[in-house]
Design a protein around this ligand. Structure first.
Ligand code: ZN
Length: 255
């Protein structure tokens, strides 16, 4: 397993400052979160590409910009977010992009399913063309989006991924908050290809809590060797991020 940091935590900094902060903490691998980009300027991807190359950091995964569509009229915007995120993933040489379902949990099922089919009907072929794997993230109960447990994720995947080609981004914080860690592991353990790592409320783990070691052991049993992406609350101090990194550097050697 490979320790990585979501740079979304530094999204308020300019991109050079963002990467500099990641490097200052000693990370080599990142998940690039599209929060760090201004969506008004598509050509920003060239700036991010230059900054990443200059930093020497490695972009393992990219977190897509997301719109939880609450009316079908917004589908085109969700598609735009997905596609510009894929463009950025290509520019940063990220082989994997984490996505949400892109639909609001408030939509009635028939409308939700229509919107899912439309959004992913456009994003998927584009991802395929760019050779970027898509990975669906489980959401928390307080998200506006749909997809927090096995039943909901299966409904989504049944529509957007009947071929079972997509991966799963397992967000441990969301799974703990929604109390679905084991059901998600049992059903999707073999499909996990990215992990968002944090305790409840995106607080950092800095010691061996039973829920953490239980989760890592299960991942290990499924043969997981992918990223462990620290996705921390944006007010987490540099000192606490450094402490978390030191803790995981040591802990991950056990798996
Ligand atoms: Zn997450």
């Amino acid at each position: 397993m490979k320790l990585s940091l979501s740079n979304g935590i530094f999204s308020k900094l300019c991109i050079d400052g963002n990467f500099a902060a990641v490097k200052q903490l000693g990370f080599h691998d990142i998940e690039f979160n599209m929060k760090s980009i201004k969506k008004e300027h598509d050509t920003d991807v060239y700036r991010e590409q230059k900054a990443l190359t200059a930093s020497g950091l490695n972009c393992l995964t990219l977190h897509s910009a997301v719109l939880h569509v609450k009316d079908p009229i917004e589908v085109h915007q969700a598609v735009y977010y997905g596609k510009i995120s894929l463009e950025c993933a290509r520019a940063l040489h990220a082989p994997l992009m984490t996505v949400h379902s892109n639909v609001s949990k408030k939509l009635p099922r028939n409308v939700r399913d229509e919107c899912l089919a439309e959004v992913f009907g456009q994003i998927k072929p584009f991802a395929k063309k760019l050779d970027i794997k898509l990975s669906l993230e489980n959401l928390s109960f307080n998200s506006t989006g749909f997809g927090k447990n096995v039943g909901q994720l299966e409904e989504v995947l049944g529509i957007i991924d009947p071929e079972s080609e997509m991966g799963i981004t397992f967000d441990l914080c969301h799974a703990l908050e929604t109390k679905v860690v084991d059901e998600l592991l049992d059903n999707f353990g073999r499909r996990i290809c990215n992990v968002h790592m944090a305790n409840r409320s995106h607080q950092p783990f800095t010691e061996k809590k039973p829920e953490l070691t239980h989760f890592l052991s299960a991942l290990h049993e499924y043969g997981y060797e992918g990223p462990i992406t620290l996705e921390l609350e944006h007010r987490t101090s540099m000192e606490d991020i450094a402490k978390t990194k030191a803790f995981f550097d040591k802990l991950l050697k056990e798996y």
